[in-house]
Write a new protein. Structure first.
Length: 134
């Protein structure tokens, strides 16, 4: 069965974040399977020197290698490797909700949809309070 979504994650030295990203994403993939549609998860290892690819593979992601640096090259390598009807690009340090793929599916099922983006809820791990000195 052809995947409905190909989720492409460019990654360069993301071993500290990729596990949480993929755990959240695979929760969304599992929930989306209930609709009868499949997804594939592709992590593009952009010449990492850490364990990014090893961690991603151990969690079930397909690994594509792009040895030339740059997020654009990594995204394009993932797009070329994808088999899905729609491609979703996700950063390697992003946590998604369990219903993200269902929500995107609902939008992409409309005849007038040709692409889009989702809103984010950015929450830095630490807030810095800066004071100006005049």
């Amino acid at each position: 069965m052809k995947p409905y979504f190909s989720i492409v994650i460019p990654a360069f030295n993301e071993q500290d974040y990729i596990r949480a990203t993929l755990e959240h994403l695979f929760n969304a993939v599992d929930k989306f399977i209930e609709t009868g549609k499949e997804s594939e998860v592709i992590v593009v290892d952009n010449a990492s020197t850490d364990n990014t690819a090893k961690i991603a593979r151990s969690l079930g992601a397909r690994i594509v290698h792009e040895n030339l640096p740059g997020i654009g090259r990594a995204r394009n390598a993932g797009a070329r490797a994808s088999k899905g009807i729609f491609i979703i690009f996700l950063d390697a340090d992003t946590l998604v909700s369990d219903n993200l793929l269902e929500r995107i599916h609902k939008s992409t099922s409309q005849d007038d949809c040709i692409g889009g983006a989702v809103s984010t809820d950015y929450r830095p791990r630490r807030y810095i309070d800066r004071k100006s000195v005049v």
